[in-house]
Ligand binder design. Structure first.
Ligand SMILES: NC(=O)c1ccc[n+]([C@@H]2O[C@H](COP(=O)([O-])OP(=O)(O)OC[C@H]3O[C@@H](n4cnc5c(N)ncnc54)[C@H](OP(=O)(O)O)[C@@H]3O)[C@@H](O)[C@H]2O)c1
Length: 300
């Protein structure tokens, strides 16, 4: 089995690489900067361009894109976030179009931002988005480009991923230091939903999609039990045996982080992984307390 991971150098991609290396799959990673990632001990091939290969890819996994939380969202930053995803996905489609041996499967990144935000709605893969804001348009257009691969006989799965929990990166890593110092705080009124997933379940769910050739379309990669921001901050503080009594008021989040803070920190969505559950996927970590205990115990 030969897997190409586009964006395989990132937070999720690097853990996927470790997983596939253990399974002894042949691995290639497409990166924009070969020199940054070259390493004698690595068990994969690094490439900087999608081109004809003597070893065709069985599966392409596309995770590439400018991070959402690196900068305040100016119009230019949103354009970079959008174009980095649409263009790298379009290059994959162009490659598939011309490849003599097509991959069997494209797993394409997406996010629960697809659903927009509504505090009172529970979203499944069949739900209509609550709004037509930036994250919905981004995920909708990203998925639309990826789905073009179907017309070349490729099975396509779009993974609408929630907040990925792991100590090595993502949102949890950012929170750890203030929480360890007893300065952890909930955002706003804390009622906004956080649909989260343990990194182990991201990897296992991707494996599940690979091994179930009857599955295609959109899949929510979130635990079946999302929590509110208040529940999450208290669970994290309890796991670290630290107090949690601070609040980051809306007005401060808006002033410091602008639209990015409003979208990622003050709004949320209650998302259920309906299609994975129906297909028989069993989550290793369904409850946030267990996930946090596992992640933080592993780190210490
Ligand atoms: N982490 C989460 O909690 C989460 C939640 C929901 C959805 N997602 C989505 O899942 C995907 C993977 O997440 P991640 O956290 O692993 O992402 P990440 O680490 O931020 O980035 C993945 C890779 O994207 C490439 N990249 C960065 N900027 C780029 C640009 N301007 N143009 C093209 N490629 C660029 C980088 O690869 P090179 O530098 O090697 O080219 C990077 O290693 C992302 O698209 C993200 O939006 C993540």
């Amino acid at each position: 089995m030969h897997i190409l991971i586009v964006g395989g150098t990132g937070f999720i991609g690097s853990q996927l690489c470790q997983h596939f290396s253990q399974l002894k799959y042949r691995l290639s990673i497409l990166t924009r900067d070969l020199s940054k990632h070259i390493n004698a001990a690595q068990s994969f091939t690094l490439i900087s361009k999608l081109q004809k290969t003597d070893h065709p890819y069985d599966i392409i996994i596309n995770l590439a894109g400018e991070p959402l939380n690196k900068h305040r969202w100016s119009e230019q930053v949103k354009k970079n976030i959008y174009e980095s995803r649409i263009q790298s996905t379009q290059k994959i489609i162009d490659y598939i179009k011309t490849a003599h041996v097509k991959p069997k499967l494209l797993i394409n990144g997406s996010a629960i931002g697809f659903y927009g935000s509504d505090a009172n709605q529970i979203f499944t893969e069949d739900s209509k988005p609550a709004d037509n804001g930036f994250t919905h348009r981004l995920c909708h257009d990203w998925e639309t480009v990826a789905m073009q691969a179907e017309s070349f006989g490729v099975r396509v799965c779009c993974i609408r991923t929630g907040i990925v929990l792991d100590a090595q990166g993502g949102a949890l890593k950012e929170m750890l230091l203030p929480f360890k110092l007893g300065l952890g705080a909930q955002f706003g009124n804390g009622k906004q939903w956080m649909s989260w997933i343990h990194m182990i379940d991201v990897i296992q769910a991707i494996d599940f999609l690979i091994n179930h050739s009857d599955l295609s379309g959109a899949f929510n990669l979130v635990s079946p039990f999302p929590v509110t921001n208040a529940q999450f901050t208290h669970a994290l503080a309890r796991t670290l045996h630290r107090p949690c009594f601070l609040r980051f008021p809306n007005i401060m989040v808006q002033a410091i982080f602008g639209e990015m803070g409003e979208t990622l920190l003050l709004s949320g969505q209650h998302v259920i992984p309906d299609r994975l559950l129906q297909a028989g996927y069993q989550f290793k970590y369904s409850k946030v307390e267990n996930a946090l205990q596992h992640i933080l115990r592993k780190k210490d």
